[in-house]
Design a protein around this ligand. Structure first.
Ligand SMILES: *[C@@H]1O[C@H](CO)[C@@H](O)[C@H](O)[C@H]1NC(C)=O
Ligand SMILES: *[C@@H]1O[C@H](CO)[C@@H](O)[C@H](O)[C@H]1NC(C)=O
Ligand SMILES: *[C@@H]1O[C@H](CO)[C@@H](O)[C@H](O)[C@H]1NC(C)=O
Ligand SMILES: *[C@@H]1O[C@H](CO)[C@@H](O)[C@H](O)[C@H]1NC(C)=O
Length: 663
């Protein structure tokens, strides 16, 4: 019984030895290998050959012989091996020599040399048939003495370093498309070596890791290996480095005789070390794309900003404007002058647009820039012509127009800067009084003389079209100056006189202006009359008090009617006013805002009255006409400015009562 068991055990041992024709290592932690030289197994389980030392070699062999033949003279069995390797070099473009899968008579290559000899042969035995060595080399150096094809090739070596067959590293991908591989890329790649013992054909195939074994081998050499491979041989790896620090790693390896090498379990393979030393290449490979990206995005940004700048400062300049060259302002200059039309530079918002303060970049002149949005180009030519000719108007009571600039949908008018702003803000500063009667009277006289200049003092008649307190500006000495003249015309253009679209300001529009759409000197006088009352009374032309529309002219008229016209005056003035002047201004206001244009005085007459050249007109005699006309127009206009039907009923109740009053 005891004997029987012994026999069984020895049989098992023998069979184990004989069947030792296949193995697989997914990592080498537990592998039994014979190593020498620089070869070793890392704690992670990587087989590492070439320990970063210069001019060294190393070998790692399966420790047991493999039976390749039945007898010394027999034919070589089919065998197959596959392994995964990676070559990591100190430099990106250079490396140590290479790594070889070898079939050799011993589990080592004792007489071999490093460097170009790949740890396989020496000077004297290279190429000698007595070597009995088969190698598949992954060679990264061009050694011309062995007729290497390049410095990145795969070769089949039979007893010597001059390859029996070699090809540049690469693989045939889908549909036979050849793709290059770089052995020293540091990336893991897989090699398959298959020998067909019947066909006497050795195939070598290479592919990146994770790529299925290509159908077409990289090398396919028909050669009977019977004379080279002995009955029992050892299989393993040889590696040699040169003057460049290089590590050759094998991550996994399997081998089989009479069968295909067992497939490697890729997920079980040990991890390659992080590339730490290659800082320069890292900077190049990782940094360069970022640098390129950065440069490209900077380029795009600058192109975009140039385009945006161009668009930002784009102007509209047509041929007909050439003659206005001296009056033409550069948009960029205006943009700089107003600090980009900043809100802090905003002086006010008028009916036609916003006004900004600015300082011209070169001349340092203070300006006010009015941005008028204007959609249509229609009538622009005439308008600009008019504006420019008005730009030649010079009078101490007129705000000088310095020039203009035109952009798409926008017109910019450049005026003298008036440090004290517009008059209206002084009038309605409840309850503070910021402008005394003497100053107000001076402003009134100034505006009257400015308006007279527009109407009569120049080669052509200029209609202001929009006289009101907010369009009267005060210079440094509190002189009243007319601004914004003619601007209303921009909105009048092309409008049918039959329509009710009339530019100007509600409360200042003469009834016939609304009716005919035509502005004239006497429509200006009408507005001036309203303006006079505004200044004297410190009230707006129409106000809502106790939920009722209070029309300023009505109020003044009723005071006058009661024989107490002075009661209409601005109460903020207190007793600080000149009675005759106040009465004159109030009466003149009523006279000018007469609904019948023929009843209104001309600006020349107005100025004479104001200067005291003509005695105050006999107001009582014009009373009834004043009453009638005024009420009919003004009252209704104030309430229904856009409806012609309602604007002019035959009479209003107030008018009737005054009429029946018999004045
Ligand atoms: C080369 O190797 C052979 C064995 O293969 C050995 O006999 C010979 O002495 C070696 N030559 C040198 C120069 O090392
Ligand atoms: C091959 O090596 C053997 C013994 O090492 C030697 O006798 C023979 O001359 C060598 N042949 C050549 C061609 O070098
Ligand atoms: C592949 O490598 C060869 C030389 O090894 C070269 O001539 C060829 O241009 C390379 N092909 C590509 C696509 O890089
Ligand atoms: C070697 O490659 C050739 C050509 O692709 C193929 O016909 C043959 O079957 C392959 N032999 C082995 C053992 O893989």
């Amino acid at each position: 019984m005891f004997f029987k068991i012994l026999v069984l055990v020895s049989l098992l041992a023998v069979s184990a030895y004989a069947r030792e024709t296949s193995f697989a290592y997914n990592g080498f932690q537990l592998a039994d290998l014979t190593v020498d030289g620089t070869a070793g197994i890392t704690p992670d389980g990587l087989l590492k050959l070439g320990y970063d030392l210069q001019t060294q070699q190393g070998h790692a062999f399966h420790p047991y012989p493999v039976q390749f033949k039945n007898s010394p003279s027999g034919s070589v069995f089919s065998f197959s091996t596959t392994f995964i390797f990676a070559i990591r070099s100190q430099f990106h473009t250079l490396s140590g020599h290479g790594i070889v899968f070898v079939v050799a008579p011993q589990s080592g290559l004792p007489w071999s040399l490093p460097s170009q000899y790949l740890g396989m042969f020496n000077e004297t035995n290279n190429g000698n048939t007595t070597n009995h060595v088969v190698g598949v080399e992954l060679d990264t150096i061009l050694s011309s003495e062995f007729q290497d094809i390049n410095d990145n090739h795969v070769g089949i070596d039979l007893n010597g370093l001059t390859s029996a067959m070699s090809a540049p590293a690469g693989y045939y991908a889908h549909r036979g498309k050849f793709k290059n591989l770089t052995l020293i890329s540091g990336k893991a790649m897989q090699v398959w070596v298959d020998y067909d013992g019947v066909e006497k054909q050795i195939n070598v195939t290479l592919a990146p890791i994770n790529v299925r074994k290509p159908d077409t081998p990289l090398l396919s050499l028909t050669r009977d290996l019977a004379s080279i491979i002995n009955e029992n041989m050892y299989v393993g790896f040889s590696s040699s480095t040169g003057s460049v620090l290089t590590s050759h790693y094998v991550l996994g390896w399997s081998f089989g005789v009479h069968r295909e090498a067992p497939a490697l379990a890729l997920h079980q393979l040990p991890k390659l070390p992080q590339i730490a030393k290659k800082e320069t290449s890292k900077v190049l490979t990782i940094g360069l794309p970022w640098v390129v990206l950065f440069v490209i995005s900077m380029l795009i940004l600058s192109v975009v900003s140039v385009i945006r700048r161009k668009r930002k400062f784009a102007e509209v300049l047509e041929d007909w404007e050439r003659e206005y060259g001296p009056h033409r302002f550069n948009y960029k200059d205006l943009y700089i002058a107003t600090k980009g039309f900043r809100n802090q530079e905003l002086l006010g918002k008028g009916g036609f647009g916003r006004v900004y303060r600015g300082i011209l970049p070169t001349s340092k002149i203070e300006i006010a820039v009015k941005r008028v949005s204007h959609e249509s180009r229609q009538g622009m030519r005439e308008f600009v012509a008019e504006i420019i000719s008005m730009g030649r108007l010079r009078h101490r009571n007129i705000v000088s127009l310095l020039g203009y600039c035109r952009r798409k949908g926008e017109l910019l008018l450049v005026y003298d800067y008036m440090p004290n702003g517009s008059l209206d803000k002084y009038l309605y500063n409840q309850p503070k009084i910021t402008l005394n009667w003497r100053q107000r009277f001076r402003v009134i006289k100034g505006v009257a003389s400015g308006l007279l200049y527009l109407h009569e003092g120049w080669e052509q008649v200029v209609i202001h079209r929009d006289i009101k307190a907010s369009n009267i500006l005060l210079d440094a000495d509190f002189n009243g100056r007319l601004g914004d003249f003619g601007l209303a015309r921009l909105y009048d253009h092309g409008t049918d006189p039959q329509t009710t679209h009339v530019a100007g300001t509600l409360g200042y529009l003469a009834p016939e202006h609304v009716r005919t759409g035509k502005a004239s000197r006497s429509t200006d006088v009408f507005a001036f009359g309203v303006f006079l009352l505004e200044v004297a009374c410190g009230r707006r032309p129409t106000e809502i008090r106790d939920a009722e529309d209070v029309i300023l002219v009505d109020r003044v008229f009723s005071c006058w009617d009661r024989g107490a016209i002075l009661e209409a005056r601005d109460p903020k003035l207190g007793a600080e006013f000149v009675e005759e002047d106040m009465e004159l201004v109030l009466k003149l206001g009523l006279m000018c805002s007469h609904s019948d244009p023929l009843m209104r005085p001309s600006m020349r007459q107005v100025l004479h009255y104001l200067e005291g050249d003509i005695p105050t007109p006999e107001f009582s005699s014009i009373g009834s006409r004043l009453t009638f006309g005024h009420h009919q127009g003004f009252d209704d206009l104030a309430m229904c400015p856009s409806s012609m039907d309602k604007a002019f009923p035959q009479s209003s109740s107030v008018a009737e009562s005054i009429l029946s009053g018999g004045r």
